[in-house]
Design a protein around this ligand. Structure first.
Ligand SMILES: Nc1nc2c(ncn2[C@@H]2O[C@H](COP(=O)(O)OP(=O)(O)OP(=O)(O)O)[C@@H](O)[C@H]2O)c(=O)[nH]1
Ligand SMILES: [Mg+2]
Length: 191
């Protein structure tokens, strides 16, 4: 069944696709939830049992009346390895926006997250130079208000963001307005 869905999605014509948006990051960080909540109107609590994304999905979506072509890459290592290898051209060609999602609660994965962030930067530099890159420090609802800035600072340091002036970093949660504010700020800015 999922194989058939994947095949159909692969038939999507990349011409006239609107802005191409990629969400990537390690497994279970909340990428599919963000897409479902922001673009599809799913309620945050309905994301709890979303299945892990297999390989990747791509589909046309709308935000505030504008068209986007949204690519969601499953965060399991085998799928990440694939997008920086045999799928690199498919995933990164014509990309306008890259969102790299980090689960703020999984601090033991911050360094592994950096590895794949670095690969994503390389692919952007090679294939879609100029794409807007944003790091989402996600699931912020799980962190007390007074500790949030510190988490963002920590991930900025680990990701060497002080050397990457064009990359922005935000704290987000699907249970708060932040995910809508950030996605709209970034995606609607040039419309
Ligand atoms: N507390 C909290 N949980 C969240 C948030 N966003 C997503 N989740 C939960 O995180 C879990 C994983 O979400 P997914 O969207 O499937 O994660 P994913 O990054 O697409 O995972 P893969 O497809 O395996 O790469 C789900 O149980 C979501 O409900 C958030 O902002 N806060
Ligand atoms: Mg997913």
């Amino acid at each position: 069944m999922s194989f058939i869905i994947q095949e159909k999605k692969d038939e999507v014509n990349e011409e006239d696709i609107g802005n191409k948006v990629l969400l990537t990051g390690l497994a279970h960080t909340g990428k599919t939830s963000i897409i479902q909540v922001v673009f599809k109107g799913m309620k945050p609590e309905e994301t709890i049992d979303l299945p892990s994304t297999v390989r990747y999905t791509r589909e046309h979506s709308q935000l505030k009346g504008f068209n986007y072509y949204v690519v969601d890459v499953g965060g399991q290592i085998a799928y990440l390895e694939e997008i920086f290898d045999i799928l690199e051209e498919t995933i990164f060609t014509n990309l306008n926006y890259l969102f790299y999602v980090v689960d703020v609660e999984r601090f033991e994965e911050y360094y592994q997250a950096r590895e794949y962030f670095a690969l994503a930067l390389k692919s952007v530099e090679k294939i879609c130079m100029g794409a807007t890159i944003t790091v989402l420090v996600h699931k912020m609802d799980l962190i007390p208000e007074e500790e949030r800035e510190e988490k963002i600072k920590r991930i900025s340091e680990i990701f060497y963001l002080d050397t990457l002036e064009s990359v922005k970093i935000y704290g987000t949660s699907i249970y708060e307005d932040s995910i809508f504010e950030v996605m709209e700020e970034i995606l609607l800015e040039k419309q």
